[in-house]
Design a protein. Structure first.
Length: 763
């Protein structure tokens, strides 16, 4: 079907098609642009490239070689499948030919990416340039018995920030040879390192640079990224170094049909749409039945399992032989299961895979024809990255973006021109976050006592933070050295870099006592609480026991017609204001706040309709932390008779604003929290708070503060343009609302937003 005719020409014949296509953009093909590097490649390398039809080089690949040859650091920000790996593999291989001691470190956000790159090196450059025992992965899947040999012999280590943090840096004396001869550090998918993870990784890289200096090395850095709006600043924030940005993509691209697909309305008055999960299963099943190789992206692990289940159920009725050729892929699977799935994808044994953003990144999964995105991925950058996973053979490809029932998705569905004309977002991280910085100062001091002069690696606030650690007795000062207390265990083991919580819960199979997964506190409380239905590898697990003190969760398989969703209630108190400004007649403030979250209950929601079929209470302690928030004054209510509509208007604006903030900051809605109140105890005024949902903050609220007028305008458009009468999930309702979306008042919200934008205050 797709090979000869466009998707949009055929879909109208399907019985489930109800005019869901709201926009179709044809992305034209483009030819390749080739250039030769200023310094010719080694004849050995050039012959290898020619034999694999990888020569001549694309223009951006040659530009990368030219800049690296001058000793500068580079960030390559080009499209998916543009050959970014050659921008680091070629200079690394040249360094191996030129210097018998040369070593390089490759860092990837996932083990799958490291394995993928390992296979590329083996296929292209071994044993001609590098011996089979001179490169290997070094991560949590590496057997203990071969680790000493890798440390002793390897010239290229493929790892991840987690392993660098917990194993390589704390045991740097075992890596002295490698660190002493380190010439290149490669950080692939650098845009992935934002928010809490990015803040941690930025300090891990500073710890690495400090130890490299101790061993006499000064490696060059090569970063690869999807296109972002602040590539140079992001690279500098991540490493503490200056970078040259290469973003002029010279690779060829085939034509792409990009479809915006909005589920049909099932309740016109309430503006309730058919489930996007159902829509994705219908579209993917159709593509699979026509042997169109498809990747389907879902927002969460739970949804990826659910959608795959729906696809298989539909195929079992329409095309039974293809049921086994649809599988899920996500984090949490065992290493051997991930490798098997990757091989099945690459060789074409699978016709469709449903995944989280685990496969958004650059792992080679073969030539795919179509990409389905269930919900806007949250950023322009991630959407193009996911879309780019299909069309890797310069042929016609398809991307389908299915809108969810939330303000951000519906804004994109109504304003496709925003997506296709808007610049990319900023990648945000905050490596100066005091919670994160203190933990890595402890890690650095444990690795090797810190000289006062070395604090420059950790920024201007490092001295203040380390002084507080000394006052608490956690660290000691001896002359110009800062050392750890001998009683302190290795701190890196206590620092979780992928979540704000260091605590881990074990999810155990109640039938046999085997470990299923590990979860941080937030995920355990919200997704695996007592009574929860937790999805793992397509299997619904019912949580029957939740041991809070022992941090152990017991679950067993159970077939259900519903899934569970926790409800939360949030209280925010002002700690201190950091800065404020007038926007029209209204004051907007950025500051530190204390957040207290209680989780009193959870909902049972039907799989297909997503209607609430029950509510159960929970007994869990509150989650407490300090973070950064913006808050703003609002037009005051004229009299107490208008209090309920006014409260409903504030609540509606809070929901819609949180839903729209990801348009301006590279984040997920779950990275943002908020409350609205008619009289806050710390200000005595009506306020709306929008805060970073991570301790210490990661820069999201700060970006909202900076662009508050644009946020207000977009929020107003979202509310005013929605065709519903009284408010719906597409504009002012929130699935996260702890108050079950009560009260909400769409008309009042519009009136308040008009006054905000016009700079008026009511009497």
């Amino acid at each position: 079907m797709l090979k000869s005719l466009r998707f949009t020409s055929n879909i109208h014949q399907q019985t489930f098609y109800k005019d869901q296509i709201v926009h179709c953009e044809i992305i034209p093909s483009r030819p390749a642009r080739y250039e030769s590097p200023d310094k010719p490649l080694s004849s050995i390398i050039q012959k290898i490239l020619e034999s694999h039809r990888l020569y001549p080089l694309f223009s951006h690949q040659s530009q990368a070689l030219n800049i690296l040859h001058t000793g500068r650091n580079i960030l390559v920000a080009t499209s998916a499948a543009s050959g970014k790996s050659m921008c680091f593999n070629l200079p690394v291989m040249q360094s191996i030919l030129d210097d018998i001691q040369s070593c390089s470190l490759y860092l990837f956000p996932t083990k799958a990416l490291a394995q993928d790159q390992l296979n590329k090196i083996r296929h292209l450059f071994s044993p001609t340039i590098i011996g089979p025992d001179e490169f290997d992965t070094y991560d949590g899947d590496t057997p203990n018995n071969i680790r000493p040999s890798i440390r002793k012999k390897a010239r290229i280590i493929l790892s991840n920030p987690d392993m660098l943090h917990t194993s390589i840096l704390p045991n740097h004396s075992n890596w002295a040879r490698f660190l002493r001869n380190l010439q290149f550090v490669v950080i692939d998918e650098a845009h992935f390192y934002r928010g809490v993870l990015g803040s941690h990784v930025a300090l891990i890289i500073r710890r690495l640079r400090r130890l490299c200096k101790v061993y006499g090395a000064n490696p060059q850095f090569v970063l690869c990224s999807a296109t972002i709006n602040n590539p140079s600043k992001h690279a500098s924030n991540l490493t503490g170094l200056e970078f040259e940005v290469i973003n002029n993509d010279g690779s060829p691209k085939g034509e792409k049909e990009f479809v915006f697909w909005n589920p049909p309305l099932e309740d016109t008055k309430k503006c309730m749409r058919r489930s996007a999960n159902t829509e994705s299963s219908l579209v993917t099943s159709l593509l699979v039945s026509n042997k169109i190789r498809t990747i389907c992206f879902a927002r969460t692990r739970r949804l990826s399992e659910l959608i795959a289940k729906l696809i298989r159920e539909r195929l079992s009725k329409t095309n039974k032989p293809f049921v086994s050729r649809v599988k899920t892929y996500r984090a949490g699977y065992m290493a051997e299961d991930r490798r098997k799935l990757e091989r099945e994808l690459a060789c074409g044994a699978l016709l469709a895979v449903v995944t989280t953003n685990a496969l958004e990144l650059g792992i080679d999964i073969g030539d795919l024809d179509a990409t389905i995105m269930v919900g806007y991925p949250g950023t322009v950058s991630s959407t193009w990255q996911q879309s780019g996973r299909s069309g890797r053979r310069e042929e016609l490809s398809l991307s389908v973006l299915i809108g969810l029932d939330n303000p951000l998705d519906q804004y994109i569905m109504r304003h496709p021109e925003y997506f296709f004309s808007h610049s990319y977002e900023n990648a945000l991280l905050n490596w100066k976050n005091e919670h994160v910085l203190r933990s890595h100062l402890l890690c650095a001091a444990w690795e090797k006592p810190l000289f006062a002069a070395e604090l420059e690696f950790f920024g201007e606030t490092a001295l203040d933070e380390i002084s507080q650690l000394v006052e608490k007795g956690v660290m000691k000062k001896r002359h110009n050295l800062y050392c750890l207390s001998p009683a302190l265990p290795q701190p890196a083991k206590e620092v979780s870099i992928r979540s704000a919580s260091k605590d881990k819960f074990l999810l155990i199979d109640a039938r046999n006592g085997k470990l299923i997964e590990t979860l941080d506190t937030s995920h355990a409380f919200m997704q695996a609480h007592l009574g929860a239905i937790y999805l793992h590898q397509g299997e619904s697990l019912h949580v029957k026991e939740f041991d809070l003190l022992g941090k152990v969760i017991y679950a067993e398989p159970r077939e259900t017609t519903y899934y569970t969703e926790a409800s939360d209630i949030t209280d925010v108190r002002i700690v201190k204001a950091l800065k404020s400004k007038q926007v029209g007649a209204f004051k907007v403030t950025l500051g530190e706040v204390g957040v207290n979250i209680s989780i009193p209950s959870y909902k049972k929601k039907a799989h297909l309709s997503e209607s609430i079929i029950g509510v159960e209470s929970l007994d869990l302690p509150s989650l407490r932390y300090n973070t950064i928030s913006l808050w703003f004054d609002l037009p005051t209510t004229p009299n107490t008779l208008d209090l309920l509509p006014f409260l409903g208007g504030l609540h509606a604006i809070e929901h819609a604003s949180i839903g729209m903030l990801p348009l301006f900051a590279m984040c997920d809605r779950n990275d943002i929290g908020g409350i609205s109140i008619n009289c806050h105890p710390d200000t005595g005024k009506p306020q709306i708070f929008i805060y970073d949902a991570h301790p210490g903050g990661v820069g999201i609220a700060e970006k909202g503060y900076e662009l508050i007028h644009e946020l207000w305008k977009t929020t107003y458009s979202t509310i005013a343009e929605c065709p519903c009468q009284d408010g719906c999930p597409s504009c002012i309702q929130s699935p996260k609302c702890g108050n079950n979306n009560i009260p909400l008042d769409k008309k009042s919200a519009q009136e308040i937003m008009k006054k905000l934008l016009q700079g008026e205050k009511s009497a």
